[in-house]
Design a protein around this ligand. Structure first.
Ligand code: NDP
Length: 255
């Protein structure tokens, strides 16, 4: 892919890149020429993603990583530099959810969700920063949610983490613009992944409600994230920073 959208020679870490939205973004960036580092915990999913990306012609590194462990985030960046010698793009996408009424969460559950969805993005960004500066600039893409905008009564800690991801993106964008690092969030609507397959089981009627509420009248597909990832990872977005871009089939636009 030539020109503004090319990622030839660029190295991208994708946390939670072994499935769903993260894998959709990884596939997009691979198609644009990037070398991809997949960071997830599950060995089988990591291996399957590695194979899929290699079949697309990409150079791939898998680093088995639990992003709730700060040392693991630093080791992830070090392994990337050891293999590829540089880092240009960090996608903070690993995420989890536990659905229940707010009064029923344990503090442990709250911490698990905040550590996975929010603290990991901060720690991985800190870990990546020196390498991005050394590369002359870079891109950070953080995965938010419709709950970055709307409250969800069945997902208080998740909503808190995803609201904060947007503000974290703005703060990092403000701090690191001088280093030519652009930081943006994407806000997925309802996307058909492992995470939401569980939600469809937990929340009766969800499938129909999503179809009725989404102007595009369909669930999103992980491949819907290829284009936004290429844009936000490439020179095409060099003057775009601190934004939160819905990728939601119009969900957040309709009253
Ligand atoms: P998936 O379950 O397919 O992906 C979640 C990913 O996060 C997996 O790759 C998983 O890999 C990884 N992950 C979870 N915990 C950790 C951890 N501690 N360390 C490292 N990796 C971890 O679901 P989605 O693709 O839907 O979710 C991806 C992101 O998109 C999440 O941030 C989610 O909140 C967000 N999102 C999803 C929406 C949807 O409708 N699907 C809507 C809005 C936002 P592994 O288990 O191997 O560690």
């Amino acid at each position: 892919m030539a020109g503004l959208l090319s990622l030839e020679g660029r190295v991208a870490i994708v946390t939670g890149g072994n499935s769903g939205i993260g894998l959709g973004m990884a596939k997009g960036m691979a198609a644009a020429g990037a070398m991809i580092v997949i960071a997830g915990r599950n060995t089988q999913k990591n291996a399957a993603a590695e194979q899929l990306l290699q079949d697309l012609g990409a150079q791939v590194l898998v680093v088995e990583t639990d992003v709730t462990q700060p040392d693991a985030c630093h080791a992830l960046v070090q392994a990337t530099l050891a293999r590829f010698g540089r880092l240009d793009i960090l996608v903070n996408n690993a995420g989890t959810n536990i659905r229940k009424p707010p009064q029923d969460y344990s503090l442990e559950e709250w911490k698990t969700i905040l550590d996975t969805n929010l603290t990991s993005a901060f720690v991985c960004s800190q870990a990546a920063y020196p390498a991005l500066v050394k590369a002359g600039g870079g891109k950070i893409i953080n995965t938010g949610s419709m709950t970055s905008i709307f409250g969800a009564g069945f997902a208080a800690p998740y909503s808190a983490s995803k609201g904060a991801i947007v503000q974290l993106s703005k703060a990092l964008a403000s701090a690191w613009a001088k280093d030519n690092i652009q930081v943006n969030a994407i806000l997925p609507g309802w996307i058909d992944t492992d995470l939401t397959r569980q939600a469809r089981k937990d929340l009766p009627g969800l499938h129909e409600r999503v179809l009725a509420r989404t102007p595009a009248a369909r669930w999103g597909d992980p491949d819907d994230f290829a284009g936004i990832a290429i844009f936000l990872a490439s020179r095409a977005s060099d003057f775009v920073t601190g934004t939160a871009i819905p990728v939601d089939g119009g969900y957040s636009s309709q009253a």
